[in-house]
Design a binder for this molecule. Structure first.
Ligand code: 13P
Length: 260
């Protein structure tokens, strides 16, 4: 049985001061997260303050939105795995489509970042997803397969067991046009099949696959009613503590009902 994972991707939002206020409000709204995991990913500049605010209250997991693959050196503006680990991060997003689209993160970089995260005990959430054009031209499967195989190249069995995959169709991100579970479930199954080829059936069975793209408190129950969907990577709807708390409460309270 996989533990559900609800992750807020804050993107480039919230100062350190705002982050602390958010955490305090979230703790009031969500005092009990038994049975699921809840993660937040403040910007680098707010990690330290957020960590301080998380000391009391439920065990929200602290994560980062990106990392560099080298441990240190002449890489102006970058942040490394050891730096994130030192700030109490437990996981890190890798290969988000905004990184791929705006900052040139290709599959090879994504792979180096996954390996660097694992090297430093940070659990990577590897993001994959097709553009609208790729979906419309029937390329969703090959694109996902390429991103997965390239992103996970050289990751061994224990490494794979520490990975979470987030399926985020690019066309569903920030558009208010969420994919339907009917569109996502086949992709989740395909991802699990490929993980099975890479790491064997037990690893595939244990690995969590999240959905991301215009997830809201209103539609999350639909996604979580499918056993293939182990949680959500949430952008816009995670920035308000009430909305994010509601998302987590739905994840706590609902059970998968659909296996088709
Ligand atoms: P939205 O929830 O705003 O569509 O963003 C999704 C996302 O990119 C999460 O990583």
């Amino acid at each position: 049985m996989r533990t559900r994972f609800i992750v807020g991707n804050w993107k480039m939002n919230k100062t350190a001061t705002e982050a602390v206020a958010f955490v305090h409000r979230l703790q009031q709204e969500l005092s009990d997260i038994e049975g699921i995991q809840v993660g937040i990913t403040p910007p680098f500049t707010a990690l330290q303050a957020t960590r301080g605010a998380l000391v009391s209250g439920p065990a929200f997991l602290l994560g980062a939105q990106n990392l560099h693959w080298e441990d240190k050196g002449a890489f102006t503006g970058e942040v490394s795995g050891p730096m994130l680990k030192d700030l109490g991060c437990e996981f890190v997003l890798v290969g988000h489509s905004e990184r791929r689209q705006y900052f040139g993160d290709q599959d090879t970089w994504t792979n180096r970042k996954v390996l660097a995260a694992l090297r430093h005990g940070l659990k990577p959430i590897l993001c994959v997803g097709e553009t609208l054009q790729e979906r419309d031209t029937g390329h969703t499967g090959p694109v996902i397969e390429r991103q997965l195989r390239a992103g996970l190249a050289g990751v061994d069995g224990p490494g794979l067991a520490a990975v979470t995959i987030a399926y985020e169709p690019v066309w569903a991100i920030g558009t208010g046009r969420a994919a339907t579970p009917q569109q996502t479930v086949p992709v989740h199954r395909e991802i699990r099949r490929i993980i099975g080829e890479l790491g064997g059936p037990a690893t595939a069975q244990g690995l969590r696959i999240l959905y991301g793209g215009s997830v809201t408190p209103q539609n999350i129950a639909d996604f979580l009613s499918f056993e293939e969907i182990d949680g959500a990577l949430v952008g816009g709807a995670c920035l308000d503590p009430l909305s994010f708390a509601t998302l987590a409460k739905v994840a706590i309270g609902s059970k998968p009902t659909t296996t088709s």
